[in-house]
Write a protein of this length. Structure first.
Length: 76
């Protein structure tokens, strides 16, 4: 199994400069896009942690290329 933690670099610094609405818009966009990519590559989202996502590849179904699936960054 491969575990992927993904988040927005310097999110706290960015969020400090934005309004609450702008922050929510960025989070919604990022988390929605990442969810689509994760599901496309057959990953399982374990949890959302603020701006981070904990994702499992190889659970509940194992694939020979789970580490490669975790590293793919777009819908192909």
């Amino acid at each position: 199994m491969t575990v992927l933690f993904s988040d927005i670099r310097s999110f706290t610094t960015i969020a400090e400069r934005l309004s609450a609405g702008e922050t929510v818009a960025i989070l919604n966009n990022y988390l929605s896009r990442m969810t689509d990519i994760i599901f496309f590559h057959q990953g399982t989202i374990d949890k959302f942690i603020g701006d981070a996502i904990m994702t499992l590849f190889g659970a509940p179904v194992q694939h020979a290329d789970d580490a490669l699936r975790a590293s793919r960054q777009r819908l192909q």
